[in-house]
Ligand binder design. Structure first.
Ligand code: ADP
Length: 451
């Protein structure tokens, strides 16, 4: 290669390298700038995320505070509204047992039914709020499903008869007893279905049937199917999905003609599904409707205890020394009436403070303790007893709470204060006898061990 050509080639190569360096430098700078911009963007994004997180946290705190306020409001209202209603339900139950002549007997049943309806509405709203807050609790107590269904069936019978409807029930007589589960939630669903069946049927009748699903479920589980069939107006195909929604009725004239809030089926569905069961509906317009519920219960075999006994009024409570702590005289009177002729020695106190005074003076086997009371509430009184601060009293004395409150928090508070059990208001004789006889047995067993 000539010297000239060599120089040129060298020059070309140098220029090319320079160009490459320039391009590299340019690209590096661009990359650097991009990186800086990216970092800026990143910082900004982080800042925004922080801001948003804090906004969301504030919103969540506010929502939680709102839910808490709503819960507290509902809990308070439920107490205020349920107390007088409980009295009406309880007293009309007592009146009804006197087997009054007609038409007075019918009047009493109607008053009782209306009070129960009101209680139901309050319970519906409370339940919905508890379900929505994820706070619904299911009881697991032994009960006799045949008896429970029979009670609901009897309670609504008069309404069906008044409407001129046939009212039939088919229940096999070998259903396992006792099942373990939430009898009051089952009642609630049944009342809703039977009430609807009567409401939407003009001619013909309503039939309730109960059955055990064979070969279903795990060991220790019993599945019960309940069907409510009516020959009423039916539900159209396109409305079938809507009826299980909240505040949903088939059409706007339903409320005008039949009343109701449109909450019943929505709550029933949630209550059933939360317990692992299902509800379905089949219907033909103008012909009638069948609602079918399938629900699992625990079954631990037939126990010899009188849990399954049908006639709870036969329970032996003679000699039981019972302290009733309740601020409302009418409720104390109701308990006096319910426990009359049982041979129970009953002491009474109007609030927690007074109960401690009574306990200093008298030996008592069992305490029925209301929650909300003036001067000292049931929680504080229980805590004092459990701390062993009350003279003469065994700190382990069984305490059963009387409560109208269905909230999980309340139930947790009851047990963490040291109470052993609870009975919900309105007081049902059967449940009261059941609880008293359960604790009577524990007390007798303890005394036998001590002697
Ligand atoms: P409510 O009874 O308070 O209206 P529900 O949630 O219990 O509320 O029922 C929702 C709607 O479903 C009712 O308004 C009615 O339109 C329809 N429905 C429920 N049960 C029946 C029935 N057995 N026959 C005909 N329609 C029914």
């Amino acid at each position: 290669m000539s010297e000239d050509a060599y120089k040129k080639a060298f020059e070309r190569e140098r220029n090319a390298r320079k160009e490459a360096e320039r391009i590299t430098e340019l690209k590096s700078r661009e990359l650097f700038e991009l990186n800086s911009a990216l970092k800026l963007l990143n910082d900004e994004l982080e800042l925004r995320i922080k801001e948003r997180t804090s906004e969301l946290e504030t919103a969540r705190n506010r929502a939680e505070a709102n839910t808490k306020a709503k819960s507290e409001f509902l809990s308070m209202m439920s107490h205020e509204m349920r107390s007088p209603l409980n009295v009406i339900v309880g007293l009309t139950e007592l009146l009804d047992q006197r087997e009054l002549e007609e038409p007075e007997g019918g009047y009493v049943r109607n008053v009782r039914f209306s009070a129960l309806q009101l209680l139901n509405l309050i319970n519906d709203i409370l339940d919905l709020s508890a379900i929505e807050a994820g706070k619904i609790v299911f009881e697991s107590t032994p009960f006799d499903v045949t008896y429970a269904v029979d009670q609901v069936f009897k309670a609504l019978e008069q309404r069906a008869i008044d409407k001129g409807l046939t009212w039939a029930k088919s229940v096999p007589d070998n259903l396992p007893v006792p099942l373990q589960g939430d009898a009051s939630k089952l009642n609630q669903v049944l009342i809703n279905l039977l009430d609807n069946a009567i409401k939407f049927t003009r001619d013909g009748g309503v039939e309730l049937s109960l059955d055990q699903l064979q070969n279903r479920g795990n060991e220790g589980e019993v599945w019960i199917a309940v069907e409510v069939t009516d020959s009423g107006k039916g539900i159209s195909e396109e409305n079938m999905d809507r009826i299980f929604g909240k505040f949903e009725q088939e059409n706007t004239s339903t409320r005008r003609v039949h009343g109701g809030s449109g909450l019943g089926l929505a709550i029933s569905k949630q209550l059933i599904e939360l317990q692992g069961g299902s509800i379905s509906c089949s219907s033909e317009v103008g012909k009638g409707t069948t609602f079918r519920v399938e629900l699992p219960f625990r079954y631990e075999g037939r126990v010899s205890e009188d849990v399954g006994a049908r006639d709870w009024s036969q329970v032996n409570l003679v000699g039981l020394r019972l302290l009733v702590v309740e601020d409302l005289e009418v409720n104390r009177m109701l308990l006096r009436q319910m426990l009359r002729n049982k041979g129970i020695v009953m002491f009474e106190a109007e609030n927690g403070k007074e109960s401690l005074e009574v306990l200093k003076e008298h030996d008592v086997d069992l305490i029925l303790m209301d929650l909300h009371m003036p001067e000292m509430d049931g929680i504080e009184a229980t805590q004092r007893i459990r701390e062993g601060r009350v003279k003469r009293v065994n700190a382990e004395i069984p305490i059963v709470c009387l409560t109208a409150d269905v909230f999980k928090e309340t139930k947790e508070a009851i047990f963490s204060a040291g109470m052993n059990d609870f009975v919900t208001k309105p007081l049902e004789m059967r449940r009261l006898y059941q609880v008293l006889s359960h604790w009577r047995k524990q007390i007798d067993a303890r005394n036998a061990a001590l002697s």
